[in-house]
Design a protein around this ligand. Structure first.
Ligand SMILES: Cc1cc2nc3c(=O)[nH]c(=O)nc-3n(C[C@H](O)[C@H](O)[C@H](O)COP(=O)(O)OP(=O)(O)OC[C@H]3O[C@@H](n4cnc5c(N)ncnc54)[C@H](O)[C@@H]3O)c2cc1C
Length: 368
């Protein structure tokens, strides 16, 4: 099959790559082991008529104009700025921490100047940031670390803050103003007709065929495609020869509540400490759907199950580097996406990486 390329996985990385290759004239065959397209960004209408995200809430946000322009060929958008509260000491306070958070937790009004003073007085002086604990202590100090980060991290990652790479906590900014948006990116939107409809449009090309319910590893021996794009777990691709990479998984408990317009004030409420779950998300805030009755999801982290989050810590980084070195030797395979690149990527980062890796591949194929 000289001009045929196979793509493993039909999440953002696989679907975007397939589209670019199809437009460049290649016949693309996608193999997806689940019974649907969209990967973890898949959405659907549940049995009560509410649009839900079965794999947890997905909010698109980016500063990357190129990514936004690329997707805009396949969808119109609904403007949506996500807000998150955390349940702390019986109150729901804004996340990321800002001066409103400080005012509510400490029961007195913080100005911007007061918030700056709070952080400078309470931040622990650490010159060499080694891990997420150092990172949090150096930005908000002991008390807020305990109230907001320590318990949440233990639940979410199954380990202490001190055992996690500094990069994980660095994702969470701290503000002294009263901006209660979770993200501050230039583009914050939800596909107007949902993610699955967006994927249907991306995949709607005569050069693309899709095989759902098909695990690549059941057909690997008969692979005679000129090139393979692989977006599954990289350790599995190499038969775990350097050991398993750790992934964090989640149980999603979806609940429908009839006769209620809204269950909570904002899209997501985090539960840092006393509860088994990490957060509750209510989809109607995100999708803008107007109806009576609402659907929420609670997330219960666990160590086994579907691989959702690569776990960024030194042991895994070392093992990943060994797989990465092997991957570089596979001339006929391109490794893309969150699982094959073992990176804590958001959707826009996965899309940007997929666009650039696929364009590089097309240039290489032209030369060969
Ligand atoms: C709970 C949760 C919430 C998130 N929220 C956000 C958010 O709000 N905003 C944001 O930007 N990002 C969010 N993300 C990240 C986002 O999901 C990812 O960046 C994106 O979906 C990754 O796309 P991907 O194609 O790399 O991987 P995936 O979406 O995981 O797709 C990979 C696909 O490959 C398939 N596959 C794997 N192995 C095989 C095989 N052997 N054979 C065939 N198929 C295979 C899988 O079934 C899967 O469908 C969230 C992630 C999670 C888990």
């Amino acid at each position: 099959m000289p001009e045929n390329i196979c793509v493993i996985g039909c999440g953002f990385s696989g679907a975007i790559s397939a589209r670019i290759l199809a437009e460049a004239g290649y016949q693309v065959h996608i193999f997806e082991k689940r019974n649907h397209i969209g990967g973890n960004a898949y959405d659907k209408i549940d049995e009560n008529g509410i649009v839900i995200h079965p794999y947890g809430p997905h909010i698109f946000h980016t500063n990357n104009k190129r990514v936004f322009k690329f997707l805009s060929k396949f969808t119109t958008w609904r403007f949506y700025e996500h807000e998150v509260l955390a349940y702390v000491d019986g109150k729901e306070v804004p996340i990321p921490i800002n001066r409103v958070t400080l005012s509510e937790i400490y029961g007195k009004d913080f100005t911007e100047k007061g918030a700056k003073l709070y952080f400078s007085e309470n931040a622990v002086k650490i010159t060499n940031i080694r891990n997420s604990e150092d990172n949090v202590l150096a930005s908000v100090g002991e008390d807020l670390c305990d109230k907001i980060f320590r318990g949440y991290t233990r639940k979410q990652w199954g380990m202490d803050l001190a055992d996690l790479d500094a990069s994980v906590a660095a994702r969470i900014p701290t503000r002294t103003n009263d901006d209660c948006r979770y993200f501050v990116d230039d583009f914050q939107f939800i596909p107007a007709n949902g993610y699955t409809a967006l994927f249907e449009k991306i995949l709607d090309h005569r050069n693309i065929s899709i095989n759902l319910n098909t695990d690549y590893f059941d057909h690997r021996d008969s692979n005679n495609y000129m090139h393979t794009i692989y977006s599954g777990p990289i350790d599995k691709y190499f038969d775990y020869q350097f050991g398993k990479l750790e992934y964090r998984s989640l149980n999603f408990k979806h609940t429908y509540i009839p006769n209620l317009n809204y269950y909570q004030k904002v899209g997501t409420i985090n539960y840092p400490n006393e509860y088994d779950y990490t957060r509750i998300t209510e989809f109607k805030h995100i999708t803008g759907q107007k109806c009576t009755g609402t659907s929420i999801v609670k997330e219960f982290p666990k160590s086994h199950g579907d691989p959702y989050y690569p776990v960024p810590r030194p042991r895994n980084n070392k093992v990943y580097t060994e797989y990465y070195d092997l991957a570089k030797l596979e001339q006929d395979v391109t490794f893309i996406g969150r699982l094959a690149q073992y990176k804590y990527y958001n959707m826009d980062q996965v899309i940007a990486s997929s666009i650039s890796k696929t364009n590089i591949l097309i240039e290489q194929l032209k030369k060969s």
